[in-house]
Design a protein around this ligand. Structure first.
Ligand code: 3Y8
Ligand code: NAP
Length: 251
């Protein structure tokens, strides 16, 4: 009898949850609890951290998890590192469900930077009008470059106003549309887009709109991920589950 723990928070995780629910495969989708109203799911959900690797190992054993699927966002590096370690310790079959990084296409004008700090440093210089579509968790780092006008997009309204002196906040959740993001860039006279290389389709609209409008993009590259097997389609994960026998639990 299978029981899948699915680490979620992405479009692909939700697509896999729909497949698991439709096939009646026992699964739990896990959220960190970063947003106020996470999308309802067709399988039971749990919300909140596990308490590090040890906490996740204990969870895998207590809930007799037979397969662990890491379908978290490519920037959720800490969760992914914990998942790989805990699966190995607990002897639970493990796979990642992720998406390829975006690559520059004809008409794109990208400057790649290694991380958030490098993106902040790259914004030194005269005032610009910047779409900072990185969510809420890293926004305060950009207070080091207060000269710009920042257009911010958060999933939820923040408890306190962001530390940026000149900003406009949009509260909205993806997936976003090209028409919507193109209108946003035009209405706010944006001249630079800052983006994580999230991959997938949910966050891609701003890049396509930037290409159409001839705007430059500061692209933040992904953090390193542990060595692991990676699949790119939810159907491939179903197939993996079907062909990966559940090891004896609790031994
Ligand atoms: C809590 C679950 C689904 C999943 C949808 C995807 C697409 C829409 C686009 C922009 C970029 C950003 C951000 C983004 C997108 C999907 C996906 C994706 C980017 C929810 C969700 C959770 C989160 C957490 C949130 C972070 C933030 C990042 C906003 C739910 C809606 C910027 C990443 O306010 C906060 O603290 C938000 C934090 C982590 C990154 C950050 O550093 O701020 N995602 N996003 C998950 C949990 O608790 O475990 O509320 O339903 C999920 C989705 N957001 O099921 O349809 O697959 O990536 N999420 C980025 O890519 O740069 C927005 O604005 O253009
Ligand atoms: P992170 O930095 O890699 O993880 C920090 C800690 O949050 C983890 O150690 C774990 O706590 C907890 N955690 C993270 N994801 C979890 C999950 N799915 N279920 C239970 N606990 C989780 O993660 P993050 O970047 O904050 O991302 C948090 C969530 O938002 C993830 O589900 C991710 O898929 C989603 N998300 C993130 C981004 C992004 O840009 N980072 C974008 C879209 C969606 P413990 O150590 O206590 O177990």
């Amino acid at each position: 009898m299978h029981h899948i723990l699915l680490l979620g928070g992405t479009t692909e995780a939700s697509a896999l949850a729909r497949l698991l629910g439709a096939q009646g495969i026992s699964a739990t989708l896990s959220y960190a609890g970063r947003t106020e109203n996470p999308r309802p799911q067709p399988v039971p959900c749990r919300i909140g951290g596990f308490g590090g690797v040890e906490g996740l190992v204990a969870y895998l054993r207590e809930h007799r998890v037979t397969h662990l699927v890491d379908a978290t966002h490519p920037f959720a590096a800490r969760m992914s590192a914990h998942a790989a370690a805990a699966a190995r310790i607990a002897g639970v079959p493990f796979v990642a469900l992720t998406r390829p990084a975006w690559r520059m296409e004809q008409g794109d004008n990208w400057t790649g930077v290694a991380g958030i700090e490098e993106a902040v440093a790259a914004l030194a210089g005269p005032p610009r009008r910047v779409l900072l579509a990185l969510g809420r968790m890293h926004v305060d780092a950009f207070a080091a470059q207060p000269q710009h006008h920042y257009l911010l997009r958060f999933v939820d309204a923040p408890d306190a106003p962001p530390l940026l002196p000149d900003h406009h906040l949009v509260v909205d959740r993806g997936p976003f549309s090209v028409a919507g993001d193109r209108a946003l860039l035009c209405d706010h006279a944006i001249d630079l887009v800052v983006s994580k290389n999230a991959g997938g389709t949910g966050a891609q609209a701003k890049l396509i709109a930037a290409r159409e409008l001839g705007l430059p993009v500061l692209m933040i590259e992904r953090p390193a991920m542990p060595d692991r097997r990676e699949l790119f389609r939810p159907e491939e994960v179903l197939d993996w589950i079907a062909h990966t026998p559940a090891t004896e639990r609790g031994v």
